[in-house]
Design a protein around this ligand. Sequence first.
Ligand SMILES: C[S@@+](CC[C@H](N)C(=O)[O-])C[C@H]1O[C@@H](n2cnc3c(N)ncnc32)[C@H](O)[C@@H]1O
Length: 264
Amino acid sequence: MIALPDQQLVPFLQWALPRLGMRWRGFRKVRRQVKRRIARRLDALGLTELGDYRALLERDAREWAALDACCRVTISRFYRDHGVWRHLTARLPEMARAAGRELRALSLGCASGEEPYTLAILARELDLPLRVVACDVSAELVARARAGRYPSASAGSLPAAWRTHAFAEREAGVLEIAAPLRSAVAFFVADVRRLPLRTRFDVVLCRNLAFTYFDAKAQARVLDALVAVMAPGALLVLGMHEQLDDPRLAPDAGGNLPVCRRRP
Ligand SMILES: C[S@@+](CC[C@H](N)C(=O)[O-])C[C@H]1O[C@@H](n2cnc3c(N)ncnc32)[C@H](O)[C@@H]1O
């Protein structure tokens, strides 16, 4: 694989990302994955220079979709940002009681399923009626999520009892999600920029995706789409470094937790 020094990669991304509706700021600390994918793409095209790749993008509009697919950061883990999960543990039982029905949750940019399965695990531990719908733009990640097999390190932060109930260890170091949890989550492939949903949800998780990597215009469009699928009073959970200031939303959690609630 060809080497892409930062002196070439950074200016290239600063030029290309805004054309994809994304912003360089989000990628600064996590550009290694993107660098690897772009290097692989150049290899596949028989190119050795980012300058040549830029020229290709300028003359062939179809190549932008391939670059878009390179610009995805797929890092995730079970029980990521535990304060948020503790907040949901406190909030969801009263929401279920008030709703008097099964709660509906949506996980956007669900990677290999770590986030939606964490929610399903939490609901099972609390004996809460909750179904999760989860999507990612990557068909490969959605297939992995459906398979539900993980290296044991990815579940290292889960409370120990939850981990024991949630997984079977079929081979050393590989955890397989338990069948009832698998059936509590429905996965599909979708781009958060074009959400094909009509259902209203009680909890929406959109963490470490739109509000980190997208530019202001794309973020505003995603936020409109999210508000449209949130029931009044629904919770919106963001990534720890993401913030929204929107009159349709009110802060839900005290302290620094990125959880807000849709105003009625
Ligand atoms: C950094 S991971 C976050 C995973 C999880 N939400 C979390 O916080 O741990 C971002 C995920 O969003 C997905 N993604 C990127 N662009 C997307 C898009 N336009 N629509 C839907 N998913 C997208 C990536 O494939 C990746 O799995």
